[in-house]
Design a protein around this ligand. Structure first.
Ligand code: XMP
Length: 324
């Protein structure tokens, strides 16, 4: 029968055989999958693993600090944290098309990753492997006969003295036989904090696709505050785990309001919360009117740029979960 201990033992053994004495790099996203993948690799081969967290500037409030605190202090796993906010926001300036945002962030991420991998290799020796939190459903979804998938070719864009022009990473995917609920059990068993294990998924492009239209640091800061309020209140109401995802969306719509004895002209924020099994379909969550009222009051009182709040009551399909 399936037990987390058995899967951990088998996976750890497999990683040891695959990686040997080589070094391995794992990019943490703040999500469950990459964290559990890193924990398994760490259990298998200890400090041959280096974890990396790239702050794109489009992360939620406190995301980077939380990753650092959990990995460095709680799990004692070395972590390289990279502040890449300026370069990401620079590349994203003026971009409004959602697919272009995704493409820019994806490409820039790979570039940062390559550069840092080269730096690490220069300082501490060659890195041969890359760990990824690919799950079984992702494996069946992608064309599994694609052998190019088993090796990741990374072109280095600058010539760092003495290193090969091109680095080739072999992939380690310790979760590729597992489903999400199994990954959560293993995460708990390996000491990942409960709160982390039950985190809602967060899209790779992050808040960039929740600021509708063009992105600025100011807008991202507004959305970070709004997002934190939404999640705080949902947790406080005890419904976080019942939801598939919940978040705020900052729209470019401005509307007239009144506050004290003055007229305001502020931003419209939408609150989105859904229940879902597989994220392919989703229903808007029937949050209680009291909870919605608390969220709305806090948003307009605590974030002065926001003067109107709407709740998204569209299911998927026809809407998607994200707004972009
Ligand atoms: P939609 O909006 O398509 O979202 O209903 C379904 C799920 O996918 C997530 N999502 C993304 N995740 N990169 C990601 O890593 C993306 O570009 C992306 N777009 C959507 C979304 O948060 C939801 O969980």
């Amino acid at each position: 029968s399936w037990t987390p201990e058995k899967v951990i033992d088998e996976t750890v053994e497999r990683i040891r055989q695959q990686v040997g004495k080589e070094r391995i790099l794992c990019a943490l996203s703040g999500g469950v999958d990459s964290a559990v993948a890193a924990l398994l690799v760490h259990k298998a081969i200890g400090d041959q693993l280096t974890c990396m967290f790239v702050d794109t500037g489009c992360m939620r409030e406190g995301e980077g600090e939380q990753v650092a605190e959990t990995f460095r202090n709680h799990l004692h796993i070395p972590l390289v944290a990279i502040d890449a906010e300026e370069r990401f926001l620079g590349k994203l300036a003026g971009v409004t098309d959602p697919e272009r945002k995704r493409k820019i962030i994806g490409e820039e991420f790979i570039r940062v990753f390559e550069e840092e991998a080269v730096k690490l290799a220069t300082e501490q020796g060659k890195i041969s492997f890359l760990a990824q939190g690919t799950l079984y459903p992702d494996v069946i979804e992608s064309t599994s006969h694609d052998t190019a998938n088993t090796a990741k070719r990374i072109k280095t864009h600058h010539n760092v003295g003495g290193l090969p022009e091109e680095m080739v990473f072999k992939l380690v995917e310790p979760l590729r036989m597992l489903f999400k609920d199994e990954v959560r059990e293993i995460g708990l068993e390996l000491g990942l904090p409960e709160e982390w294990v039950w985190r809602h998924p967060f899209p790779g492009p992050g808040l960039a696709i929740r600021v509708i239209g063009d992105i600025t640091k100011e807008k991202l800061d507004i959305l970070r505050k709004a997002d934190k309020i939404v999640i705080d209140e949902i947790r406080r109401a005890g419904v976080y785990r019942e939801l598939g995802q919940a978040f705020a969306v900052l729209t470019p719509i401005q509307s007239v309001g009144v506050m004290g004895d003055g007229r305001t002209y502020g931003n419209l924020v939408a609150v989105r919360a859904v229940t879902t099994g597989d994220f392919m379909t989703a229903d808007w969550a029937r949050l209680s009117p009291e909870l919605l009222a608390r969220i709305s009051n806090r948003l307009v009182n605590e974030v002065h740029e926001i003067n109107r709040v709407v709740y998204d009551i569209t299911s998927k399909p026809p809407a998607t979960i994200e707004w972009e």
